[in-house]
Design a protein around this ligand. Structure first.
Ligand code: NBP
Length: 481
């Protein structure tokens, strides 16, 4: 190819290679580079053979092969590699060229890099990309933020490669999110919500399996049914499929070690929620559930010492059917709380960083292509389109009605889990959040009294304005000897 390419991509691991093929499939020519250059040759001679690709063996060669304004996307391991590549690219690029980081980068790094790259006269985009290998190839969800002036330059390509939704499959799951690190923050919250969704589904599975005694075939049918209703989502769909995969006579899922891995985005969301002072309890419960799963040896030792409830329960066929429906309702109500928390965190972050986020658009970006894609997100988009300042999703009439409808079942499931000794940290933290949020008065009056008692931290009163301190020791009743 003698003409200059439309797009440059550095990093040909699973995401980069598939994303490059996606870009080319939409009619754009792509120059590619990878640190280990054999991967460049493998791609050019393999999946990219006969396509509009230019394989490059150096970053200089890649930049030379791009048309202006040059767009170079990095799909490499998040962290120092991104900084190192930015340093190499800056002297090779000209004002108006764009560096794009599509990795799972911490938003604070994108805040810093946007400012730094702009100071050098260039433009920077930090974009969340979700959907794994298949999404990268066929249409991911994309959450770009960074230098505003870069958006018109990258928009045609980004919206061409993104997943499409809507009645005519023509609404791209890619829209400008906001300045600097806003895109990566939204991607992090997406991942945190993904943690919550996955944990909730796992707890539902445990209730169905260890609680009600359903077989894997029966669980397949339950998830299949759930996937036809309001829980319809990619994660329910793949969970259903998992219960159909066998090795000989045995189900593969039963052979998988119950130790969960994590790459850290859930932890970031949880840490940042604590920094912002917002209660994102579902992602935190989901992170801790993974942490506890990881101490398998300790759990195995403890299982031989610590007893659970002794009474066992049996269920008739009818009772099972009723409980399956209750578990579905508990899952749906908990999921609503999880999304409500995610959006509250986004609102708090937007306020702190002065990002003009559009929450309806955020829901739309997650509607297709990504791991949390679900029908339910249409409702969230509608809710925020109707009221962009909506304080909490739970207060929108659609979601209020939904949690009211499911709340008794939700309570029953948490009680049943407790009686059976089955841990449901996400179900129960969601319910605790709901009950805390809906109560006008919490026991924090006593807590403030305790703080004032031991630390003179002062308190406020319900009956008069001001700040008060009490000498509790002097006023207390002396306990009887
Ligand atoms: P990895 O995260 O495994 O990164 C591997 C790529 O980074 C290879 O191309 C590797 O080159 C390159 N690289 C490394 Br490591 N250090 C480098 C350096 N110092 N200079 C230049 N290149 C370097 O790949 P991935 O799974 O395709 O993910 C890419 C990004 O997308 C990551 O940030 C990831 O978190 C994010 N992401 C992944 C997924 C997913 O499902 N995998 C989904 C969404 C987002 P080499 O070949 O020479 O080692």
């Amino acid at each position: 190819m003698s003409e200059k390419c439309d797009f440059g991509l550095i990093g040909l691991a699973v995401m980069g290679e598939n994303l490059a093929l996606n870009v080319e499939s939409r009619g754009y020519s792509v120059a590619v580079f990878n640190r280990t250059t054999e991967k460049v040759d493998d791609l050019i001679n393999g999946r990219a053979a006969g396509k509009k690709f230019v394989g490059c063996h150096s970053i200089e060669e890649l930049v030379d092969n791009l048309a202006s304004p040059k767009k170079v996307m990095l799909m490499v391991k998040a962290g120092p590699a991104v900084d190192a590549l930015i340093e190499q690219l800056i002297p090779l690029l000209s004002p108006g060229d764009v560096i794009i980081d599509g990795g799972n980068t911490h938003y604070a790094d994108t805040e810093r890099r946007t400012k730094y790259v702009e100071e050098k006269g260039l433009l920077f985009v930090g974009t969340g990309v979700s959907g794994g290998e298949e999404g990268a190839l066929k249409g991911p969800s994309m959450m770009p933020g960074g230098s505003e002036a870069a958006w018109p330059i990258v928009k045609p390509i980004f919206q061409a490669i993104a997943a499409k939704v809507g009645p005519n499959d023509d609404i791209p799951c890619c829209e400008w999110v906001g300045p600097r690190g806003a895109g990566h923050y939204v991607k992090m919250v997406h991942n945190g919500i993904e943690y919550g969704d996955m944990q909730l589904i796992c707890e539902a599975y445990q209730m169905l399996s260890a609680g009600l005694g359903l077989s894997n075939d029966e669980i397949y049918e339950v998830f299949d049914e759930w996937n036809r209703g309001e829980l319809q989502s990619y994660l329910i769909e793949i969970s259903r499929d998992i219960f159909s995969v066998k090795e000989g006579d045995d189900y593969l899922v039963d052979k998988i070690l119950d130790v969960a891995g994590a790459k850290g985005t859930g932890k970031w969301m949880s840490q940042l929620a604590l920094d912002l002072g917002v209660p994102s309890t579902l992602v935190t419960a989901a992170v801790y559930a993974r942490t506890l799963s990881a101490v398998k040896e300790a759990r195995t030792r403890a299982s031989k010492v610590l007893e659970g409830p002794t009474a066992s329960k049996t269920f008739s066929a009818d009772e099972r059917k009723q409980w399956v429906e209750k578990i579905r309702e508990a899952l749906y109500a908990s999921k609503i709380c999880s999304y409500a928390q995610g959006f509250v965190q986004l609102q708090a972050a937007a306020k702190e960083h002065d990002w003009p986020l559009n929450y309806g658009d955020c829901a739309l970006l997650w509607r297709g292509g990504c791991i949390i894609r679900a029908k339910f997100l249409d409702r969230i988009k509608e809710a925020f389109d109707e009221n962009p300042q909506l304080e909490n999703l739970l207060l929108h009439p659609f979601f209020t009605t939904a949690v009211h409808g499911g709340q008794q079942a939700w309570r029953d499931v948490v009680v049943l889990a407790t009686e059976l000794g089955l841990p449901v940290p996400a179900f129960s933290t969601a319910l605790a959040y709901y009950d805390s949020y809906r109560r006008e008065r919490l026991p924090a009056n006593l807590l403030q009294a305790q703080r004032d008692y031991f630390g003179a931290h002062t308190y406020q009163r319900v009956d008069k304005p001001g700040t008060f301190h009490t000498e509790w020791l002097e006023l207390r009743r002396t306990p009887a000897e």
